[in-house]
Design a protein around this ligand. Structure first.
Ligand code: SF4
Length: 458
């Protein structure tokens, strides 16, 4: 969570003394919500508002909420309560805003409630309370807007909403059907980010492989060239920028095959984040998920033949209602065969409003936890072996953090926050955002150790 008073907010807002009205901001939830926060913050700064690092200094506070699971709803309601206690003037936005009554029942005194990605509505609510200052100096905005991620990487959201109806998920209810951003608009934002020093763009959406379906792959223009609003053309265009391009939330549909040659050529990062959720056909059907395990295995094998450097990341849910021991074992068999590089595993948890809540035979919490532990044990061994195979190789890494006695970086196989890291002991003359060549010297189950090549010791 990013919140008022936390350094990451204070440092990006560059607080300075001015007469402009000060707005506080609390951002909760996933990277996609973070992108909403960045856009609202950019807009506030563009209009000349100052951002405040404390509740006391702020004239009102915007809370961008998450409503994905019940724990996130509780956290959001708590954050709204804290902002009301500490400041008193609060505007609520984000996923939980869809359920306005629930917010008003808990906190009747909030000034306004808007849904997710309702940038205009948030700005209108702010204007209604505190008119924009109209100062030509404070209205100037750096071309990137205001970013909440470190300076050298940024999330690039290409669409909102989702056309699927996975039974464990309420995102389509919260965020509505798929709405893609035209390719030209996405590319302009990407170019601005790269021009401002971003070295890695993380392409996100609820369903990245469906990009453009709602627009019927409408043709658009970038740098005077005609391109279609579809994932292949977007990957091609993004790959021309001076940055790593990493794709998240891709589903193994046939047209994803088109990305593999671009990855093999190094045009975009050879990395796919592909949430599969399960491997047993009955459970996948109960989840209303599209993929069939055998086809996924075939596709993975083909992708790896075409692009041996490919890193595959996925997430799974164990302990779905009615999941038998045999069905869970089938999932473990899939893991052993697929040998994915990076895997996250969640125990199933009921989300208020999700269809899966109606399913019989909920599993006890201890059994779900036990399965998760067994799942992670199998995957840890696979991950360790795959990382071990990289020891001795030379590769390019992106520096994330330079400490007194250690540099922390990531290879193209590692997305920030969720994957492993590359540790380089020692003091080196490097900065966050540098690309350097290293030799991998050791591996654990999740991380690598390396030594820089052709870099001066500090
Ligand atoms: S694909 Fe499924 S899990 Fe993902 S957002 Fe859409 S409905 Fe939810």
């Amino acid at each position: 969570m990013l919140a008022i008073g936390v350094n990451s907010i204070a440092s990006i807002t560059e607080p300075m003394k001015s007469d402009a009205p000060h707005i506080g901001f609390v951002s909760l939830g996933c990277p996609k919500n973070l992108v909403d926060s960045e856009r609202i913050l950019s807009r506030l700064r563009a209009e000349g508002y100052e951002l405040s690092a404390t509740y006391q200094e702020a004239e009102l506070v915007v809370v961008n909420t998450c409503g994905f699971i019940d724990a996130a709803v509780d956290e959001s309601l708590d954050a709204i309560g804290e902002a009301l206690r500490e400041n008193g003037r609060v505007i609520v936005t984000g996923c939980l805003g869809k359920d306005e009554q629930r917010i008003r029942d808990a906190h009747p005194e909030v000034l306004a409630v808007t849904g997710a990605h309702a940038y205009e509505a948030v700005m209108e609510a702010v204007h209604a309370q505190i008119p924009a200052p109209h100062d030509p100096y404070t209205s100037l905005l750096p071309p990137t807007g205001v970013k909440l991620t470190p300076r050298h990487y940024a999330y690039l959201r290409i669409s909102e909403g989702c056309n699927h109806s996975c039974t464990f998920c309420i995102i389509p209810d919260l965020r509505g059907p798929l709405v893609s951003r035209p390719l030209g608009e996405v590319m302009q934002e990407a170019e601005r980010l790269v021009a401002s020093g971003v070295r890695e763009l993380l392409v996100v959406s609820q369903d990245t492989s469906a990009y453009g379906v709602d627009l019927k792959y409408r043709p658009d223009f970038w740098q005077g060239r005609p391109l279609q609003t579809r994932i292949r053309d977007l990957a091609y265009a993004l790959g021309e920028l001076e940055a790593w391009i990493r794709f998240h939330y891709i589903y193994p549909y046939p047209h994803v095959d088109d990305l593999i040659p671009l990855m093999a050529e190094g045009h975009v990062q050879p990395y796919l984040d592909m949430p599969l959720q399960h491997a047993n056909p009955r459970i996948l059907k109960l989840m209303q998920r599209p993929a069939a395990a055998e086809k996924v295995l075939e596709r993975i094998a083909r992708w790896r033949r075409e692009c041996p450097e490919l890193t595959l990341r996925s997430t799974f849910i164990v302990g779905f209602p009615g999941e038998t021991e045999a069905e869970f074992e089938q999932l473990l068999d899939f893991l052993r065969e697929a040998r994915l590089d990076r895997v996250g595993c969640f125990t199933y948890s009921a989300v208020t409003g999700a269809q899966a809540n109606q399913l019989p035979d909920a599993l006890p919490a201890e059994l779900k936890e036990e399965r998760r532990a067994r799942f992670m044990e199998v995957q840890a061994a696979i991950s360790r072996e795959r990382l071990q195979a990289r020891v001795g190789r030379e590769t390019i890494v992106l520096v994330d953090e330079v400490k007194e006695k250690q540099v922390i970086a990531r290879s193209s196989a590692d997305a920030p926050e969720i994957d492993g890291r590359v540790f380089m002991p020692g003091a080196w003359d490097l900065e966050a955002g540098d690309f350097i060549e290293v030799r991998i010297t050791a591996a654990t189950a999740h991380d690598l150790r390396a030594e820089p090549l052709a870099v001066e010791a500090d």
